[in-house]
Design a protein around this ligand. Structure first.
Ligand code: ADP
Length: 484
């Protein structure tokens, strides 16, 4: 497997192509965002590997789709069990390669496994429908079939679960899948492939092509007519490139893109709970999730109390080594991410915002968890996804204004509201143009393998999770019998 060793355990660093551990002609370095240390040199795939993988995915698809859902489900079940058995290793790899605090990273492994478990159980239930025909001499049915070989591109912020959220339904449905993980996090992806191999996953069903440059691999697979679907989680600009590229071969497209999540605290909300939930929704994964709260709208009457209570709680968060179980907030994943956070805070402060706590870089890629007040329209922090541990607070006057501000964005992934008033909860949840709304719930999609996850507007196309996620990998075929 081209094993690399980090602090007493082995993991693969070669690409996984057609059931073989493949040494590419080049390698690239994966470094810890916390310590800057080299974690591994990993196979760097390009056009050649993409072509090999496409052929293998097409060949494997012919057999894999013929297995029964029960048989595919059994392999997925083993994969799930292995993921859980290797929670510690996958958690440590996550902390090492992308800096997620280990306690959260281990939690992510269970989240990742939950998709595999759900899809293992669902695989035998993918059937079809008998249709009551308009013609007495016809018998008609709709049959669901796997869409074909799939290409998946995944991000670094959830290096195991963004893969299983795509691979598990694809494999359960009878598709084969080629994964190009983010260049920052190839190791978790390769570890998943190793466990798939151990579970008895046939050659070519799941392949992993790490690459320092996504473009050569993507070009080959996006142009290949035999690859029938692209599924992507990442930024909106890249999602739009893939949507355009997919047009030439008319691939099915699923896109999970950026967000700009509002967090609205109404005047009847419980401040203590709102603070506790802000910590979860804002500072988890160092603010680097697509459903992370980006803007906090708090009713004018609560603003002062909420700001001081939040600042006090935030100042107690422990920032530092992701491998230390007591760490709450780790480093940003890379310099570019840190630069964006710094520039958003500088822009806000230059336009009149006040730093209540934090507001400074702490060396390396660490940034102090921050609370800002005095936020005004026109500040970048309100309009762009910050993807870091900074909470900007803006007071509002009434419900109508809060809804208008919340919807005033091209994004529409997740939104959060805090109120004890049931009528208001429904009214606002329905008015928000978002794919996910948490009502007094800071983590609406937690362990959401059975829930629909996806966005409106520039936040994406399609849904992952539950039967919605399976349907993304299925074609519908009409079979009509005319009786003699
Ligand atoms: P982020 O800013 O979070 O890194 P990206 O959208 O740039 O988000 O990256 C998400 C994934 O998309 C990664 O796997 C990355 O390698 C891949 N990616 C980036 N640019 C392209 C591209 N032009 N074509 C295909 N994949 C890309």
């Amino acid at each position: 497997l081209g094993l690399a060793m980090v602090k007493d355990f082995d993991f693969p660093s070669l690409a996984y192509v057609g059931g073989q551990w493949h040494k590419a002609s080049k390698t690239f370095a994966v470094k810890s965002p916390y310590s800057g240390e080299l974690v591994a040199e990993v196979a760097d795939c390009g056009e050649a590997e993409a072509k090999m993988a496409a052929d293998a995915a097409v060949a494997a698809f012919k057999e894999w789709k013929k297995l029964t859902g029960f048989e595919r489900g059994r392999i997925l079940r083993k994969w799930n069990d292995l993921l859980i058995a290797h929670q510690e290793e996958l958690g440590r790899l996550t902390a090492l390669e992308m800096g997620k605090p280990i306690t959260e990273a281990k939690g992510e492994v269970l989240y990742a496994a939950s998709f595999v478990e759900w899809c293992a159980e669902e695989a035998p239930r993918v059937t079809g429908e008998l249709i009551h025909s308009r013609f007495p001499n016809k018998r008609q049915m709709a049959v669901y079939e796997p869409v074909g070989p799939v290409y998946a591109i995944t991000p670094w912020n959830f290096p195991t679960s963004m893969i299983t959220r795509k691979a598990a339904p694809a494999l359960a449905a009878g598709c084969t899948i080629i994964v190009k993980p983010a260049e920052q996090t190839p190791l978790c992806a390769l570890y998943l492939a190793k466990l798939w191999e151990e579970a008895g996953g046939p050659a070519g069903t799941l392949q992993v092509l790490p690459a320092s440059d996504p473009v050569p691999v993507s070009k080959v697979l996006m142009e290949d007519m035999r690859i029938r679907k692209i599924t992507f989680t990442g930024s909106t600009p890249v999602g739009k490139i893939l949507y355009r590229q997919g047009a030439d071969t008319l691939k099915r497209v699923s896109l999970e893109l950026g967000g700009n999540a509002p967090f609205i605290i109404f005047e009847d909300a419980d401040i203590e709970k709102a603070v506790q939930f802000t910590l979860l929704s804002k500072y988890r994964n160092t603010g680097q999730t697509c459903v992370t709260t980006n803007r906090i709208y708090v009713h004018r009457k609560l603003e002062a109390d909420y700001a001081s209570a939040l600042a006090e709680a935030v100042s107690k968060l422990k920032v530092g080594d992701p491998l230390d179980p007591s760490t709450n907030v780790g480093p940003l994943v890379e310099q570019q991410g840190l630069d964006k956070v710094v520039s958003h805070v500088e822009d806000a402060v230059a336009k009149g915002a006040k730093v209540v706590t934090g507001g400074k870089a702490l060396g390396g890629l660490l940034y102090a968890p921050t609370v800002l007040t005095g936020i005004q329209p026109g500040m970048r922090i309100l309009e762009e996804e910050t993807f870091g541990p900074v909470a900007p607070l803006m007071p509002f006057e009434d419900e109508e204004q809060a809804i208008a501000w919340a919807n005033n964005t091209d994004y529409g992934l997740a939104a959060y509201i805090w109120t004890k008033d049931l009528s208001r909860a429904f009214r606002v949840a329905e008015a928000l143009e978002y794919g996910i709304v948490g009502v007094n719930d800071p983590v609406p999609s937690a362990m959401g393998s059975n829930l629909p996850f996806g966005g409106y507007k520039n936040s994406g196309l399609g849904r992952e999770g539950g039967h919605w996620g399976m349907e993304e990998f299925l074609e519908t075929k009409l079979i009509s019998f005319l009786l003699p």
